[in-house]
Design a protein around this ligand. Structure first.
Ligand code: N01
Length: 557
């Protein structure tokens, strides 16, 4: 094992939206020595890996960006309402070039272990190829949806064709022409992929376990007038994304579903359907709060599905949705339901005929065997905790993160874990992250972490750790915030970890809204990082020790 860069102040794991901005903040604003370690051959994070056919961001491009630099906002021009991975990668490369970030990123470098050395108050970080780093601050910027979930279906290894997971898509692409393709999964990814796969494959068979709502995205090139409008309103747009619960560039309507007549309600839904996008959910204030209100949105979409899909049996299977609208992450699409009107597309309802096994020739369900050349797994991710638990992270006294989280993740604000000093988790479990337009959430986390480290350095503090009591109260608050909404009613959702067999069922993201979360974080910082234990680590001690006067207080929730 080589010792390398032992004198670095900080390491950041991951070179996506989070890692790039964290590097910039720690290096250029605080003057720290920092490196980013990235497993992929290039930057981009989610957008490096998710290049499956049809991949496109669900957030509108003019809000799916960094807001910290006015110059950056003014010089970048998006081409479509929702950007595709190549355009987002061009944007991130532009950011990396503009701020000279590449020189501090090591690509093809997967972190396998990070152990806290209490005596030295340093993180001992090891990579797959045996490089070793000893650093004061460790920031994980590993994303929430980066640990691909390939279900262990019996016979998987026996398949004679090719298998792909959408979240590990080969950068060179896949040629589907003339192929019989099977797609497992109909979440946001599968709903984007199916229409594009159907255009090139000889035949596409979509295996659906849980039917999903979807609203048209209505993607289109951005007209010059719109770009001009955005250019003149960066401050206003920034204010909107920072003050709305989900960080999108539109406000949630104040009206409630039953404040208006049935006819008005239908007209509002119809207009939102025509406009397209995630804004559909914002048509009324109480869509995610009141089941009866939600039912009206659910019924509207189910009716649309039945109107679009010509074959009644297929329409019934697609519209047989068992959870409230948007209780699972709501997909938006381009011609998803229309795709099932094509002659070369078949829907297999796995509730009626579950998969029994994968055979060398294809997929065998209880009712039939489907011959396939390629299987595409659009089966999602071991979300939020998966990317962190893939690394052997050990905190004080050698405790493994996996052990600490055996009953589910415990964090304070999603930013720190008790027992893991100076480890900061961007968009960790317990943060709004996936319930928010991600770059908006990321910017807030990265800036908060940067301010926290700056505070430590100004005050001669070399150790910061979430207090166990604060984390416990935060966990309770995250749970309460989720249960104030309809989100937990989708009991098979990845928000709850329910998509991974054996994973503890804990509602992971913070559903109290990004604006509220930001206010809580600001308040915690203003109160001297209340709920965090801050102190000086005792040198040459085997167990970390904190000075008198360390702060342990209840979280500001
Ligand atoms: O994953 P998912 P995803 N047998 O977990 C099915 C973000 N995203 O990749 O619902 C059969 O939502 C599973 O069925 P069920 C976004 O946050 C963003 O689609 O568990 N089927 C489901 O249908 C999103 O929510 C964007 O019953 C199995 C599907 O696979 C998140 O990523 C685009 C199965 C998985 O759906 C994840 O979305 C795309 C099995 N054994 C995604 N196991 C943009 O903004 C799983 N399934 C661009």
């Amino acid at each position: 094992m080589n010792d390398r860069d032992s004198n670095l102040d900080a390491l950041v794991i991951g070179a996506g939206f989070s890692g790039l901005y964290q590097l910039l903040c720690l290096r250029d604003r605080l003057g720290l020595s920092v490196k980013v370690l990235e497993a992929a051959p290039d930057l981009g994070g989610t957008w490096y890996w998710n290049r499956y056919p049809g991949a496109r961001c669900d957030s509108e491009s003019h809000s799916y960006c960094y807001f910290f630099s006015k110059e950056l906002l003014e010089e970048w021009k998006w081409s479509e309402r929702y950007p595709e991975p190549p355009e987002i990668l061009r944007y991130l490369n532009h950011v990396a070039d503009k701020f000279d970030l590449r020189r501090d990123i090591c690509f093809n470098t997967r972190v396998t272990a990070a152990h806290y050395d209490g005596a030295a108050n340093r993180w001992d970080v090891v990579t797959e190829s045996g490089e070793r780093y000893l650093v004061r601050y460790l920031v994980t910027a590993v994303g929430c949806l980066s640990a691909a979930n390939i279900p262990q279906i019996p016979g998987l290894e026996s398949f004679a064709g090719r298998l792909y997971h959408t979240g590990q898509w080969p950068p060179e692409g896949v040629d589907f022409r003339g192929k019989r393709v099977g797609q497992i999964g109909t979440g946001s990814t599968g709903i984007q992929a199916a229409p594009v796969l159907a255009e090139s494959a000889a035949h596409l068979t979509v295996f659906q376990r849980t039917a999903q709502y979807s609203v048209p995205a209505r993607n289109a090139p951005l007209r010059e007038e719109f770009l001009q409008y955005v250019r003149e309103r960066h401050d206003e747009i920034r204010e909107v994304v920072r003050s709305t619960p989900n960080g999108h560039p539109f406000r949630i309507a104040r009206r409630k579903v039953f404040d208006v007549s049935e006819a008005e309600r239908q007209a509002i839904y119809e207009a939102a359907w025509e406009k397209g996008g995630l804004q559909f959910r914002a048509s009324f204030h109480d869509v995610l709060l009141d089941k009866a209100a939600n039912d009206t949105a659910a019924q509207f979409i189910k009716r649309k599905i039945r109107e679009i899909v010509k074959d009644p049996k297929t329409a019934q299977a697609l519209a047989d949705i068992d959870h409230p609208y948007a209780a699972k992450r709501p997909p938006i699409d381009t011609n998803y339901f229309e795709t099932f009107n094509r002659d070369n597309v078949t829907l297999v309802d796995l509730r009626a005929e579950p998969i029994e096994r994968i055979t060398p020739a294809g997929i065998k369900t209880r009712a039939s065997e489907y011959a396939l050349d390629i299987i595409v797994f659009a089966t999602g991710f071991d979300a939020m905790t998966g990317p962190l638990l893939k690394i052997d992270i050990r905190g004080r006294d050698g405790i493994a993160l996996r052990e600490a989280w055996a009953a589910g993740p415990s964090t304070y604000l999603g930013l720190q874990v008790p027992g893991f000093p100076n480890l900061f988790t961007v968009t960790g479990p317990g943060s709004p992250s996936v319930l928010c337009n991600m770059p908006v959430a990321i910017e807030q986390h990265v800036e908060w972490i940067t301010d926290c480290i700056a505070h430590m350095r100004e005050h001669g503090i070399d150790c910061c750790e979430a207090a166990a009591e604060a984390a416990e109260k935060w966990g309770e608050h995250v749970n309460t915030a989720a249960h104030a909404t309809l989100l937990p009613l989708a009991t098979h959702s990845w928000y709850l970890g329910a998509n991974i067999p054996g994973k503890p069922r804990v509602f992971m993201p913070y559903a109290g809204g990004m604006a509220r979360y930001r206010a809580i974080c600001d308040d915690v910082a203003a109160k001297g990082y209340e709920g965090f234990v801050m102190g000086r680590a005792k040198r040459n001690a085997t167990v970390n020790d904190f000075s008198a006067g360390a702060t342990i207080a209840s979280p500001g929730v």
